[in-house]
Every structure is written in C-alpha cells, then in structure tokens.
Write a protein that binds this ligand. Structure first.
Ligand code: SF4
Length: 194
C-alpha cells in the first residue's frame, strides 16, 4: 500500500528549503523530457519507497521534508504522502514542473511551500515531449492560480538552459506579473553535469 517510488534521497539538506533542515526525496519519473535534465541518468530508477523513507529516515533535526523529482505530481498518491509527512509535524515543500495543477490542488492542505519550474515561453524542443507551448503555458498558469488562491508561499524558477533566451525570461516575468505577482522569481544558471 501507499507505494511512491524514489530514485534517491538526501538525508540532510539546507539547500532546498530556506532556514530548514530537510530530508529530500527524489521521486521517480517525469511527464517531460527536458533536453538539459540534470537528473536524466537516474530519473526512472525505483530504488526506495517514499513512505518507507519517511518512516525510517526522519531524525529529530529535520524540520522539513522536500519532495522533488523527477516530477512529484506524476504520482497519484503525492497528496497522501504529504498528509503522512504532516502527521510527523514537519513542514513540506514540493518542487514541480507546473503541469499537475489538479495534483497541487489536492496537495494544498498539506503543503507549506512550493517551487514551480517555469521553463520557457518560446521553445517547445526544450521540453522534449509532444506538448504545444499554448498547452504548456495554460497548465503552468493553472498551477500558479491554485497556489495563489490558496496563499501557498511560492517561488518560481527558470533555468537559463541552452535554447532559453532573455526574451523567454522577459515573457515569463510578464506572465507572472499577471498570474502571480507576489511569487518570488528566481533565475538560476544551467550547470552541465554530463
Ligand atoms: S521537468 Fe525536471 S525532472 Fe522532468 S525532465 Fe525536465 S528537468 Fe528533468
């Protein structure tokens, strides 16, 4: 019951959730195939179960659990996992590619913070799957609307990957100004590890 596969985890991290010591879970699989994915080598590995890791690896020093991927909303039982984490008294944060608005909506009661990866407004080739830019933008905006209306603290990230231009970034900023002006916008540099 309750199996949610992970490709890996980090026992202690201060990187993903500001001012929190987090147990970090990497969920298996993703509904995109970004050309620059940092995690593509391990993306589909199923090495652990998230519920088992929560039950066996949480320590008193952990103040939060961060769930990232892969794509956490790819898994139907993500809301159940967050609910389970909240019973331990820890804060929760999810990193998402923004395509799973319905899942994020179901997670909101158990979600303390969210990071949305807003990739590009112009170049569908970067996403690596058959999705139109129009459909992609609509789905990310749906996710941002869910987070805004639920008052969930939200950061939006864009990685300046190969193929993403300053014009893309300006367009994303314009969309954010309309959709979720209070979201923190972070532009991060691309680092190749392959
Ligand atoms: S959304 Fe993230 S995990 Fe999924 S393919 Fe793109 S970079 Fe990799």
């Amino acid at each position: 019951m309750h199996k949610l596969p992970l490709s890996g985890f980090i026992q202690d991290s201060f990187q993903e959730y500001e001012n929190e010591c987090a147990l970090v879970l990497f969920t298996t699989g993703c509904n995109l195939a970004c050309t620059y994915c940092h995690n593509k080598k391990y993306l589909w590995e199923r090495k652990y179960d998230a519920f088992d890791i929560i039950n066996t690896r949480l320590r008193p020093n952990h103040t939060a659990v961060v769930v990232l991927g892969g794509e956490p909303t790819f898994h139907d039982n993500l809301p159940s996992l967050l609910q389970h984490i909240k019973t331990t008294g820890r804060k929760t944060k999810v990193f998402t590619n923004g395509l799973g608005a319905k899942s994020i909506d179901a997670c909101v009661p158990y979600l303390d913070s969210c990071s949305v990866d807003f990739k590009t407004s112009l170049n569908p080739a970067v996403l690596g799957v058959d999705i139109s830019i129009k459909a992609y933008m609509r789905r990310v905006k749906d996710t941002l609307n869910v987070l805004k209306h639920s008052l969930t603290p939200t950061e939006v990230r864009t990685t300046i990957a190969p193929g993403i231009t300053d014009i893309d970034v300006e367009r994303i900023k314009a969309i954010l100004d309309l959709t979720y002006p209070n979201a923190e916008y972070i532009i991060q540099e691309y680092r190749s590890i392959y």
